[in-house]
Design a protein around this ligand. Sequence first.
Ligand code: NAP
Length: 253
Amino acid sequence: MILSSFDLTGKVALITGCNTGLGQGIAVGLAEAGCDIVGVNRSDPHETMAKVTQTGRRFLNLNADLGKIDAIPALVQTAVDTFGKIDILVNNAGIIRREDALNFSEKDWDDVMDVNIKTLFFMAQAVAKQLICQGSGGKIINIASMLSFQGGIRVPSYTASKSAVMGITRLLANEWAQHHINVNAIAPGYMVTNNTQQLRTDEERNQQILERIPAARWGTPEDMMGPIVFLASPASNYVNGYTLAVDGGWLAR
Ligand code: NAP
């Protein structure tokens, strides 16, 4: 029956940056669908751990700074040693820096590119090697942005990195479909998290954004749950290399 193809009972999902925000919504959504969760965090994810374990699923926290890629092999190995396998990777961790392009620093360029695209790629590579070893396919979901589609303003490294996320999602999907690994992305619109706190506290900017969203509200971490479960489950087995907007209609305007 179709609804059983959304069931993730017994799957193991590794999620980066799930102590807060969209990553927390993603972790709870996948746990409610049946996954044990491996969280990779630099901050203590006690709230997420409580929410996941309340669903009856296990939560393993691995501490890492994803601004560097050296920790990745050990993260994957520890996840496999603990839960026996990985089925799903969600590359969610991301940062943003705001400054005029004319004044943008090399540090703000490198810091954002390192987390948002370099680590995302090498994490996908490490998990794909494990999935290929396991021989039963898997799902990789990258978190993109409206700025995978649009230029934005005052966020040059963020736009560059998120445009790259959409491109690399397509490339990896092409290379790994033969291994039954689906690589897709979700592009959230304007969502209520730490990432957008600055925008939301600017009353004028907040109003301009709200007026442009057809759904007339900011998105929430809970809005990620249905789309992530779909892309993590057999229900999306013939969806490859696609970036799904979860944006209350922002891109449709
Ligand atoms: P958030 O609340 O700031 O969460 C970002 C997550 O990434 C946090 O868990 C953060 O950890 C983690 N992270 C950042 N740098 C890290 C590093 N060097 N090492 C380990 N973890 C690191 O923002 P969010 O909105 O939920 O963002 C989640 C994803 O959605 C990001 O990729 C973001 O670009 C994307 N996105 C968000 C929106 C939006 O409107 N909110 C829209 C489009 C796309 P800490 O808590 O320790 O900083």
